[in-house]
Design a protein around this ligand. Structure first.
Ligand code: HGY
Ligand code: MN
Ligand code: MN
Length: 422
C-alpha cells in the first residue's frame, strides 16, 4: 500500500514558531535586574546583580523542566533531555554579564532566546533525539575581569582553569573568590563534547538595520588583540616646571591615543582600534602626571593585517614615549585570538532557518567577540544576528524591535532542531 502522501498542507505547514511575546517579556523582566537610569543594565560579572540574573534564569529553566549543572568556571548549563540522552548535546547560549553601561539585549538575548527554544519545544511536545542545552558563559565581557570570553576560553582549552579562576578585578578580587561568594563555584569539570553550538546575538553594529535585513548569517568573526600599557614620566609642579623640562606621562598617552586611532584608519575599512580605559596618576589638576595606565583594543578580520597593526602599535608607542621623554614601563598583550571561520554546515542551518520563514538575510562577519568564537575551536558552531537600533550597543540606549527578537529566536529554533533531530 502506498504511504499516505504528505498533503500539500503538511508539506507547506507553517514552520514551528517561538512565542515572541513571552521572550520579549522575559527580556524585559531580566532587564529590571541592574536597571540603569537611561534604560540599560549594569550587571558586571560575578556581582550580586549578576547572581540575581543567574538565579532568575535557573528558576525559569527549572520551571521549563531543565536540569542544571554548574562547572568550575561558573558556566551554567540548563539541559533538556533528549530521547537518547547518551548523545552529545546541541548547545546554545551566551552571557548574562554586562558592560557598566550595558544594554538590555547584549548577551542575555542569546541566553533567553535559547530558553525560549526550550519553552517552545515543550509547548509543542517535541522530543529531540539529542539533549538540548542553554548555557550562561561566565564573564564574556572582560570588563570587570580581563580578558573577555575567559570561561568559554577555559571550556575550549585556550586558557587553563587556574588562569581563569585567578583573573582579578581592580580591587584584587579573583573570579574564583567571587564565584564562591555568589554561590556559582560549580564542581563540574570545564569542557565536554558538544555536537553543535549556536549563539543568538544582536549585531551590535549598523549593517543589518541600514540594509533593512532581519537575519545576519554569521560566517566569521574578526580577531582581536588587547594590550595594557603603563607610561612612566615624573610628577612635578604644574606651575614652576618649565615646559622643556617636563616628563609628562599623559602627553605620551595622548600621542599614543592619536596613534591607535590612526592605525584604525590606516587599515580601513575593516580595522578597529580603541583606547577604552585610561588611569592618570596622581590625577591632580596641578601635578604633571607621572604615570598613566591605559588599554588598547585592536581588531581585524584578517590575521596578517592584525599582526601588522600590532607591529605599527609597538613601533609607534616607542616613538611617542621618546617624544614625550617618558618610559614605556609596561606594554603587555593580554589577549589575542585569530579571526574565526564558523562551521559551514552550521552556517547553512542558520541560513535555512531564515529562508524557512522568508526572513531577509545576509552573510555577515561579527565585529564583536562572542563565546561562540571559542566554542568554534571545539565544536561545529555558528551564530545568528538580528539588527539593533542605530547599531548601538555597549550603551544603555541599546534597543531592538520585538519583531527582530522573535525572528532571531525562530531561526535559532530551526537551526538547533536541524541538529538535535526528532
Ligand atoms: O569585546 C567584545 O567584542 C565583546 O563584547 N566582549
Ligand atoms: Mn555580547
Ligand atoms: Mn558585549
Amino acid at each position: 500500500m502506498n504511504a499516505i502522501p504528505k498533503t500539500s498542507a503538511d508539506a507547506n505547514a507553517a514552520p514551528l514558531r517561538v512565542n515572541g511575546r513571552r521572550l520579549w517579556d522575559s527580556l524585559m523582566e531580566m532587564a529590571r535586574i541592574g536597571a540603569t537610569p537611561k534604560g540599560g543594565v549594569c550587571r558586571l560579572a560575578l556581582t550580586d546583580l549578576d547572581k540575581q540574573g543567574r538565579d532568575l534564569f535557573v528558576r525559569w529553566a527549572k520551571e521549563a523542566g531543565c536540569t542544571i549543572t554548574v562547572d568550575r568556571m561558573g558556566n551554567v548549563f540548563a539541559r533538556r533531555a533528549g530521547k537518547d540522552d547518551s548523545l552529545t548535546p546541541v548547545v546554545t547560549g551566551s552571557h548574562a554579564d554586562s558592560q557598566p553601561t550595558g544594554g538590555k539585549f547584549d548577551g542575555i538575548y542569546g541566553v533567553l532566546g535559547g530558553l525560549e527554544v526550550i519553552r517552545s519545544l515543550n509547548d509543542h511536545g517535541i522530543a529531540t533525539d539529542r539533549p538540548v542545552e542553554v548555557v550562561i558563559w561566565t564573564n564574556e565581557e572582560g570588563s570587570r575581569f580581563a580578558p573577555a570570553m575567559v570561561s568559554s576560553g577555559v571550556f575550549a582549552g585556550v586558557f587553563t582553569l587556574d588562569y581563569g579562576l585567578s583573573r582579578a578585578d581592580v580591587d584584587g578580587k579573583t573570579m574564583g573568590e567571587e564565584l564562591a561568594r555568589i554561590g556559582y563555584a560549580g564542581d563540574a569539570p570545564v569542557g565536554k563534547p558538544i555536537h553543535a553550538a549556536f549563539e543568538l546575538h544582536i549585531e551590535q553594529g549598523p549593517i543589518l538595520e541600514a540594509e533593512d535585513v532581519t537575519i545576519g548569517v554569521v560566517h566569521a568573526a574578526q580577531g582581536q588583540r588587547w594590550y595594557e600599557v603603563v607610561l612612566t614620566g615624573q610628577e612635578s609642579h604644574a606651575g614652576p616646571t618649565p615646559m622643556p623640562r617636563r616628563r609628562d606621562a599623559l602627553l605620551g598617552a595622548a600621542k599614543i591615543i592619536q596613534l591607535v586611532n590612526a592605525i584604525g584608519h590606516k587599515y580601513a575599512p575593516y580595522a578597529c582600534a580603541t583606547v577604552g580605559m585610561l588611569q592618570v596618576h596622581p590625577n591632580s589638576r596641578n601635578v604633571i602626571p607621572g604615570r598613566v595606565f591605559f588599554t588598547v583594543d585592536l581588531r581585524h578580520p584578517e590575521d596578517a593585517v592584525l599582526a601588522q597593526m600590532d607591529a605599527d602599535l609597538r613601533a609607534g608607542i616607542a616613538a611617542a614615549a621618546d617624544e614625550a621623554k617618558v618610559e614605556v614601563s609596561r606594554l603587555e598583550q593580554i589577549f589575542y585570538y585569530a579571526p574565526v571561520a564558523f562551521d559551514a554546515d552550521c552556517v547553512a542551518s542558520v541560513r535555512a532557518g531564515a529562508q524557512k520563514f522568508g526572513y531577509s538575510h545576509r552573510n555577515i562577519v561579527s565585529g564583536a567577540g562572542h563565546d561562540a568564537c571559542y566554542l568554534a575551536q571545539v565544536a561545529p558552531t555558528a551564530m545568528v544576528f538580528v539588527p539593533c537600533i542605530g547599531g548601538i550597543s555597549h550603551n544603555e540606549i541599546e534597543d531592538a524591535t520585538p519583531e527582530w527578537i522573535e525572528a532571531g529566536a525562530n531561526v535559532l529554533l530551526h537551526a538547533m532542531l536541524g541538529r538535535a533531530g526528532r
